[in-house]
Design a protein around this ligand. Structure first.
Ligand code: PLP
Length: 798
């Protein structure tokens, strides 16, 4: 039995936490029957730990076929910590070191260059010429030692590199005077293949690996050191508890290092001894379930080629491939076999890239667990995607970070999708994943661009009315429906009281969102102006009366706020905002208990003053600008325009904590049309509230009104006597799948939206707008308001 839910597909085996239940049982049995002590004293439990650890160290060396006479194994937190130990030793050498790494290295190996006197990044040819005598450092730092590191297998695309490089380079170095050491990163290779240190051509001095990638558990790594290279560590300066025999620190400063085994000199502090014991159980269970590493290797190789073929064969209706693959073909001529993973990007039928953020949203929804992004693989990613250093820097300054929504920059992807296979992967995992890609990303028919202009209503013919007005006083919590007959104030930053508050994580300072904490939907704020409070209710059943609540004064009295830290800077969608956090335990505990997340309530200064304001992020879509290139429907170009040509950006519209723009409008005909699609596909219809709109408009009964999705092409509306300018279509994520009444996650409506409302790889529904006060004078200009039932007229200024 594996700890995966039966309906999920787990294809992210680097750092896999998929553990066998039998492993947990056997580990639990040992832990609850034997008392192990911190291995530093003479007590019986302590001695027992020491013995067990030494046995396990030996068992691991045997597992990698490393002769204990020739190698020592040092326990480290992870592969990266192993690299850092080597770097620490190398930089303490009397003449320091020069460093070369192969281009396909993991970030953790690239970082080793920072302590080196000189550093170089080599491609395959660079390594070959070095082997043939072209030392990349021949003119520099003659006395420094050389460290060369490379990956046995790229964790970006699975490509394998010759282990013989270490030996060839050593042979070459033997002809000169410089000391050369080689570091092999076997973290990816060893996860699904037998790492064999007994092979005659194996020559690396240091090997780093992550044991959790092999066994799933425990989270620990290993550094294997060839004894002939141990001298490198003689100059290491730091010592910690456990690595010395004696320390004098009063009056004199002197210490005696442990000398017998290298691991004794390097394992500072208390070893994670329970983790180490777990390795023993893990190795036993792994063998019982999966047999030898060679069997794992054969199994995963078969699955990887099935996955590769499955993805390679997917074609759009026009014959273009759906996937651009970065992994070498398993049957490629002369190519070395790759590790069991497939890296790729998706393309649309017209050749555009599909954004990874969009792919992720669907993958999460469909429980397809794969890794996306730069994968800590800067060199391989840059090579595979053709990214130049200047482009990567430009992307960073333009706001790109790992995991952001805009991952297609200047027409190039900034990361990849990687599906990797492990011992526990099955044929059905592979098939479900290929079917998923086919279902959502293969376009059978290619949409022809529409050329005729969409129909627009003429000015002043009221076609619609306001069906509902909703404010969301606390960002990401439930909405407060403005009662019929109540006029509600509209401010430059949106509806009054909208996203005036937010909940901030106590640790990270991040504003909480429903995307991560769906239970926020169950926190129901209401504004009670008579009593001057924001009342927030939370509870299972209104009928049964089990409702907990808290009341927060609407007036922002200074004594309510935390004075130690008046301006809590929090992050909303990656932008820094400043909000004042409340000091009351009663208030903060209410939210903390309701969500089971340590958080505080924070209030945003009204009107978005000073630091408090954020610039509206929604952009005018091209179709809404006067010089539109292409008519809707068909495309929502997402090309950020230069600031000087985009007056929307220049005005710095102020907004509170709404994610994108001051207000969100949804046309109820569009919700109806979407529901028809959903029901037609066998799903359940969703209410308007699913989309968390501020304003819902509807056609007048008995009149043709505006068709579904007409809002895509409006440039503005007049509601009652107020004008609103449209800012662009609203890009959607799987947060729309949180049922706002129950906080449960469903597949709809995102699943159907992704099939019917995806343009240029992005999913849109509803429109952003902001109040336009330009032409209003008198009362309508001073206190602009809207109300349920107000007439709605579309205007078209083009
Ligand atoms: C996972 C991985 C690492 C990093 O391992 P940690 O255990 O996270 O330090 C380094 N290199 C490769 C090839 C990997 O796959």
């Amino acid at each position: 039995m594996l700890n995966r839910t039966p309906d999920s597909v787990y294809l992210d085996h680097a750092g896999s936490t998929v553990c066998a239940k039998s492993l947990m049982d056997s580990f639990a049995a040992e832990m609850s029957s034997v008392l192990y002590g911190n291995p530093h004293s003479a007590s019986w439990p302590s001695q027992l730990s020491t013995t067990r650890i030494e046995d396990i160290r030996l068992r691991l060396l045997n597992f990698f076929r490393a002769d204990p006479a020739e190698y020592d194994l040092v326990f480290v937190a992870n592969a990266t910590a192993g690299v850092k130990l080597v770097v620490e030793a190398m930089r303490s050498l009397p003449h320091g070191y020069v460093y070369a790494h192969h281009q396909a290295c993991h970030t953790s190996l690239v970082g080793a260059r920072e302590d080196a006197r000189h550093a170089a990044c080599l491609d395959d040819d660079g390594v070959q010429s070095w082997i043939q005598g072209q030392d990349p450092f021949r003119d520099v730092a003659r006395h420094a030692a050389t460290l060369f590191s490379f990956s046995a297998q790229s964790h970006m695309n699975g490509r394998r590199y010759p282990l013989s490089w270490a030996k060839s380079l050593k042979d070459q170095a033997a002809t000169g005077s410089r000391q050369l050491y080689t570091l092999l990163d076997a973290a990816s290779l060893s996860a699904t293949s037998q790492l064999d240190l007994s092979a005659p051509e194996f020559a690396a001095d240091f090997v780093v690996l992550s044991l959790y990638k092999i066994f799933g558990f425990p989270d620990i790594g290993a550094l294997i050191v060839r004894r002939s290279a141990e001298a490198v560590f003689d100059h290491r300066r730091y010592f910690g508890g456990g690595t010395v025999d004696m320390v004098v620190c009063v009056k004199e400063q002197w210490h005696a290092r442990k000398t017998q085994f290298l691991h004794e000199r390097l394992e500072d502090g208390t070893l994670p001894f329970h983790n180490i014991m777990a390795i023993d159980a893990a190795m036993t269970v792994h063998k019982r379930l999966f047999g030898s590493m060679d069997q794992v290797s054969a199994h995963t190789r078969y699955l990887a080629s099935r996955l590769y073929e499955g993805l390679r064969c997917l074609r759009h209706g026009n014959g273009l491939p759906v996937c651009v693959l970065y992994t070498d073909p398993p049957d490629g001529e002369g190519s070395r076999p790759s590790g069991p993973m497939v890296s790729f990007n998706l393309v649309t039928s017209d050749g555009g890239w599909v954004s990874l953020a969009e792919f992720d949203k669907l993958a999460i929804l469909k429980k397809m667990h794969v890794r996306t992004g730069g994968l800590c693989s800067p060199g391989s990613i840059a090579t595979a995607l053709g990214l130049e250093p200047w482009e990567m820097r430009r992307n960073l300054s333009a706001g790109f970070r790992c995991g952001t929504d805009n991952d297609i920059m200047a027409g190039k992807p900034t990361g990849v999708i990687r599906a990797s296979l492990g011992a526990m992967s099955t044929e059905s995992d592979v098939d479900s994943f290929v079917e998923f890609v086919e279902e959502f990303f293969m376009e059978e028919t290619v949409p022809a661009p529409t050329t005729e202009s969409p129909q627009h209503s003429t000015e002043n013919a009221a076609a619609m009315r306001v069906k509902a007005v909703t404010v969301f006083p606390i960002k990401s919590c439930a909405g407060f429906s403005v009662p019929r007959g109540t006029r509600w104030e509209v401010r430059p930053e949106g509806l009054a009281w909208d996203r005036e508050w937010c909940l901030v994580h106590r640790g990270s300072g991040q504003a909480l969102s429903q995307k991560r904490y769906p239970k926020m939907a169950l926190l129901r704020p209401s504004l009670d102006f008579d009593r001057g409070v924001l009342r927030v209710e939370h509870g299972v059943s209104e009928q049964e009366g089990i409702i907990d609540f808290v009341e927060i004064p609407l007036s922002a009295k200074p004594d309510l706020f935390d004075t130690r830290d008046r301006q809590t800077s929090s992050r909303v969608c990656g932008d820094e905002i400043s909000a004042q956090s409340y000091s009351s335990d009663e208030i903060n505990d209410f939210f903390t208990d309701a969500l089971s997340v340590p958080c505080v309530l924070a209030r945003f200064p009204a009107g978005g003053r000073g630091l408090g304001s954020r610039t509206t992020k929604a952009r005018m879509q091209k179709h809404q600008r006067p010089n539109k290139i292409r008519q809707l429907p068909g495309a929502f170009p997402d090309i950020p325009s230069p600031p000087d040509s985009d007056s929307e950006q220049q005005e710095n519209g102020k907004i509170l904590l709404a994610n994108e723009s001051p207000m969100l409008l949804v046309h109820s005909s569009s919700v109806d049309a979407l529901n028809e699609e959903i029901v037609g596909r066998g799903g359940e219809s969703v209410p308007d509230a699913t989309f968390r709109p501020n304003v819902v408009v509807e056609n007048l009964p008995g009149q043709p009104g505006e068709p579904a999705y007409a809002e895509d092409s409006w440039s503005g509306v007049r509601i009652g006597d107020q004008d609103f300018k449209f800012l662009g279509a609203c890009r959607r994520c799987h947060m729309v799948c949180v049922d706002q009444a129950t906080a449960e996650r469903r597949e709809e409506p995102f699943s159907t939206l992704a099939k019917t409302r995806r343009f240029d790889g992005k999913v849109y529904f509803g429109a952003h707008m902001r109040h336009d006060a330009a032409n209003r004078h008198g009362v309508a200009g001073q206190v602009p308001t809207i109300e349920v039932g107000d007439s709605v007229t579309v205007y078209d200024e083009r």
